[in-house]
Design a protein around this ligand. Structure first.
Ligand code: MN
Length: 398
């Protein structure tokens, strides 16, 4: 191996929406970054194609049964790994890990990056939401650093940098596009289709998060994510905010990606056109700025910026998220796991859109008070919640 002082990057979830955009962003600054590893769950053909184009040192596939086929198809000399451990190995060795895995399955990658004292560029919000206390402990590893890729949290991260004397933050405003069903009443939402729910007005994303955007569950999960990222005691990992200090503002143009209000009444916002390539570049380059511009605003096209309060009656998942965050422990893990089960059932045609929130709330009601202080506790909570949610689905279907 030749000496190479570029920043090494692990792209985990490389075949998904975040992963493919990360490869494009890195390709825009090849003198500064090199891709050390690529990993995907089970999209083997696309992973092989990427490995032959990018030529990383290590390629991993989540499904262990696919490892032999992967080994046969990557360039000679490429290390190959598989399973949860294979994905975690990618995160242990790179300077920066972009975690673009979908859902709770991203947790081992989140923990491996932080526990190795590396930078985690986190797009996989579910790992932080479900395993809050465990991830917070991992964030204390010397050298560990969590830079959010989720656009709202990347925006908040930027707005917080306007505060260089004291941490006088009083509120955070997380913006929401409102999704494809903004403005519809609960009754009008009774019979929406999968196609309608997948037709997001401003963001092109993977199916899971697109459905979550249509129910506002995504925004709810992002409130919990913001609480984990910025809510810890001031001077520690956070800014001493409580859940009441984190509000959701519907902003249909998706130009203002979130805001921070300071003690003197000033509100600082981050604005750009909706593209994930900006927050990906931000998380790679921080504290520097990525040299290539993404999402530059064309003001004549934008025209206007609108803001309104969310409709909690039509979109009950948002209130459920506040409730789960207030309950603490593994309650957010239960909510997120139930939601993964419900969304999967909806996407397979086995559940009405309007019933996703019911599965989520009934599962959350069964929460056993688990604290989630250990990884084992988090894994058990996730399993129990999935079991309850699956049972609710089965009963609803029969
Ligand atoms: Mn987001």
């Amino acid at each position: 191996m030749t000496s190479d002082d570029r920043t090494s990057v692990a792209v985990v979830g490389s075949t998904g929406s975040i992963g493919t955009q990360t490869l494009d962003v890195i390709a825009a600054d090849p003198d500064r970054y090199r891709i050390d590893s690529l990993a995907a769950g089970r999209s083997l053909d696309q992973l092989i194609e990427q490995a032959n184009a990018v030529r990383p040192e290590l390629v991993a596939v989540g499904d262990p049964s696919l490892e032999p086929a992967l080994r046969d198809a990557v360039p000679a000399g490429t290390e190959v790994a598989s399973g949860e451990e294979g994905l975690a190995e990618c995160a242990r060795r790179a300077d920066i890990t972009v975690n673009g895995v979908v859902g709770f399955a991203g947790l081992p990658v989140t923990l491996a990056a932080l526990e190795s004292g590396k930078r985690l560029a986190l797009a996989n919000k579910e790992s932080l939401i479900s395993a809050g206390p465990v991830v917070q402990a991992a964030r204390r590893t010397p050298g560990a650093e969590l830079v959010p890729v989720d656009s709202e949290h990347a925006a908040i991260h930027q707005c917080l940098r306007a505060n260089d004397v004291d941490r006088r933050v009083s509120r955070i405003q997380v913006t929401a596009s409102g999704g494809p069903f903004r403005g519809r009443s609960r009754d009008e939402l009774a019979s929406v289709t999968i196609e309608e729910a997948l037709a997001h007005p401003t963001w092109a994303m993977g199916p899971k998060i697109t459905i979550d955007s249509s129910t506002l569950m995504n925004k709810g999960l992002e409130v919990i994510e913001a609480n984990e990222l910025f809510g810890a005691p001031a001077g520690d990992l956070g800014y001493g905010l409580t859940l009441d200090d984190i509000e959701v503002v519907v902003h249909p143009q998706s130009i203002v990606h979130s805001m921070v209000t300071y003690s003197d009444g000033s509100t600082i916002a981050q604005l750009s056109m909706p593209t994930m390539m900006l927050p990906i570049g931000y998380a790679l380059a921080y504290p520097d700025r990525f040299p290539v511009a993404y999402g530059t605003i064309d003001w004549a096209t934008v025209g206007r910026l609108d803001f309104e309060a969310p409709d909690l009656e039509a979109f009950p998942c948002l209130a459920l998220a506040y409730q789960a965050a207030e309950m603490g422990g593994t309650a957010p893990a239960w909510l997120s796991a139930a939601n993964e089960v419900a969304v999967e059932a909806f996407l397979k045609g086995g559940l009405a859109w309007a019933d996703i929130s019911g599965i989520n709330s009934e599962t959350l009601e069964k929460h056993d008070g688990g604290t989630g202080l250990t990884l084992q506790g988090v894994l058990e909570g996730d399993q129990q919640a999935r079991h309850h949610a699956t049972e609710l689905l089965r009963r609803a279907g029969s």
